[in-house]
Design a protein around this ligand. Structure first.
Ligand code: 5GP
Length: 189
């Protein structure tokens, strides 16, 4: 998505540890005009899918998922991060290692909001090693729901998450795939 790539080149900042900061437009301050275009693009790419729910993980996926959901006319559900596993049987639970915080979280989603009849589209801001999306896929499987695909705004193509998910047969749409990045240059696939 050209508009997004231009914005990453203009305002993205590469930090040590392979972190791209996009907090001026995507995940701290949010440029709603841009995110609206992102939502439209996800709708165009998954227009043939009978999506009934959009699933993301807190926190930074939520805003993007909400704007995207307006184009699909479906609810957004998000997995909540918790540091203590609540063994309540009414929750789907899975473990996710956070790339940015280097911590492992239990994430939970109420069983009330995801069922075997659902067709799920996953949405997140970044794809790095794929832990967040793999955790969400585990929740979809626990629910017996159908996974329609995963839409990510920025895939760091030099990390293994994208290849792993594609090898699992997941229909993955990334709006910008970064091939390489240093504090001086950033290239897209
Ligand atoms: P993964 O689980 O694929 O390793 O990492 C994805 C999650 O980590 C995303 O939900 C995102 O919040 C965070 N993340 C991974 N890489 C980056 C990055 O370069 N910049 C930012 N801002 N977040 C990242």
């Amino acid at each position: 998505m050209q508009l997004l790539k231009e914005r990453i080149l203009r305002d993205g900042i590469v930090k040590p540890g392979n972190i791209l900061k996009v907090d001026s437009f995507l995940n701290h301050q949010m440029d709603i005009t841009l995110i609206n275009e992102i939502g439209k693009e996800f709708k165009a790419r998954f227009s043939d899918c009978p999506v009934t729910k959009i699933l993301t993980i807190e926190a930074s996926g939520i805003g993007i998922a909400c704007i995207t959901a307006q184009y699909f006319n479906v609810p957004v559900i998000f997995a909540k991060k918790t540091q203590t596993l609540n063994l309540d049987g009414e929750m789907y639970t899975t473990r996710v290692e956070s790339f940015t915080h280097k911590k492992t979280y239990d994430v939970v989603l109420s069983k009330k909001f995801l069922h075997s009849e659902d067709h799920v589209l996953l949405i997140d801001d970044f794809l790095a090693n794929g832990c967040a999306l793999t955790g969400l896929i585990d929740i979809v499987k626990q629910a017996g729901a159908a996974l329609e695909g995963a839409g990510v705004v920025i895939e760091k193509g030099f990390q293994q998450g994208g290849a792993h998910l594609r090898s699992m047969g997941v229909r993955l749409e990334s709006l910008a795939i970064i091939d390489s990045m240093t504090d001086r240059s950033l290239t897209f696939r």
